[in-house]
Design a binder for this molecule. Structure first.
Ligand code: ADP
Ligand code: MG
Length: 343
């Protein structure tokens, strides 16, 4: 049985123009007891609203939320075995690290010694042992992030909700924290529902990714499946770079490019092919390189097919013989990699 079960969640807001907008428009989501699930989608798609409904800061108009079989919507927010880490961290600047972390326990009336032990344990779990007496203002961004985490886990929630907690960090620290968070989740053995609008972050960290769009779930699956087998055009374009083709039953584009399609449907359909699924070949699609983007070990080529149509994006290795702008190339592709979209 899943730990968290959201069914038919619907939440409608009044817009400033006097209209109505469904921030959640029929969301179903199950999360396992030790699962790392990421909500991914563009700004405004309903990620925060869903987290707030789970934590109890937002009501639902329709639907149910259960945790370990218990009806969460009947529980006041502070009684839910759930905690949230916000992007802003929302730390108390005038309190020490230890007091920030132990605050929820203090409010509940836990004694000083017991509290101290729990705070120390939480600080150790996030790698901040010995920093309890520090003032918040003396900490780096990454350390503040860890304090916010320690505070969220100190009461031992079954489920941790994290709303874009890494977006304020610079790239290196962010990548380090991604790995640390994943390791922490595994160590704690609790469920994380993590929110981001960054697809790379979602693919790096998650057991499953939930792609949201306009208050609905567009696709749920493990990172590899979301990347290799996007269900829709929206998912294919949102997750990484891709080439999309409008093909007929013979695998031909309107311009006459021909693709080998293993099991083509009878009608026209859309297929996608990632840049890394193309390779430079002796024969195949003939084109001219129009742009070369240097990415380190890889190059990103833009290739204009000779027959016309949209440019193709192609990954190539950076070596001495790599094509330059203006070069004539031929592209092959693995027929198995061509993926047919449903919509
Ligand atoms: P996300 O976190 O994915 O960026 P949100 O869940 O914050 O999206 O918001 C989803 C939609 O609901 C947005 O269009 C937002 O403007 C709207 N919305 C969120 N909260 C409220 C509110 N309290 N009142 C009115 N509209 C809201
Ligand atoms: Mg948000």
């Amino acid at each position: 049985m899943s730990l968290l079960s959201v069914r038919g969640a619907r939440r409608v807001f009044q817009t400033p123009e006097g209209g109505r907008l469904a921030a959640l428009d029929g969301v179903d989501l199950q999360v396992g007891a030790e699962e790392f699930v990421t909500l991914l989608g563009p700004s405004g798609c309903g990620k925060t609203t869903l987290l707030r409904a789970i934590s109890g800061f937002e009501a639902l108009d329709e639907g149910t939320i259960h945790l370990q079989g218990a009806d969460l919507l009947r529980l006041a927010p502070y009684r839910r075995p759930v905690n949230t880490v916000f992007q802003s961290y929302a730390l108390f600047g005038h309190m020490s690290v230890a007091r920030n972390v132990g605050y929820a326990l203090e409010v509940r009336g836990m004694g000083r010694a017991a509290r101290q032990a729990r705070v120390d344990e939480a600080l150790e779990k996030v790698g901040l042992s010995g920093l309890g007496a520090r003032a918040i203002g003396q900490l780096s961004g990454g350390q503040r992030q860890r304090v916010a985490l320690a505070r969220a886990i100190v009461a031992e929630p079954r489920l941790l909700l994290l709303d874009e907690p890494l977006s304020a960090l610079d790239r290196n620290l962010r990548q380090q924290m991604q790995l640390e968070l994943k390791a922490l989740q595994a160590r704690l053995g609790i469920a994380f529902v993590f929110v981001t609008h960054d697809q790379e972050e979602a693919l790096t960290m998650s057991d499953r990714v939930v792609v949201m769009r306009k208050g609905r779930i567009e696709q749920i699956g493990p990172p590899r499946e979301i990347y290799r087998k996007p269900r829709t055009r929206f998912v294919a374009e949102f997750i990484g770079e891709t080439n999309l083709f409008d093909l007929d039953a013979q695998g031909r584009t309107p311009e006459g490019l021909i693709f080998a399609v293993p099991n083509p449907p009878a009608a026209r359909f859309t297929a996608c092919l990632r840049p890394s699924d193309f390779h430079l070949a002796e024969q195949g699609i003939a084109g001219v390189v129009t742009k070369v983007v240097y990415l380190g070990a890889d190059l990103h080529l833009y290739v204009q097919p000779k027959v016309g149509g949209p440019e193709l994006r192609v990954t190539a290795r950076d070596h001495a013989a790599a094509p330059v702008v203006g070069a004539e190339v031929h592209l092959g592709h693995d027929p198995e990699a061509l993926h047919l979209l449903e919509a």
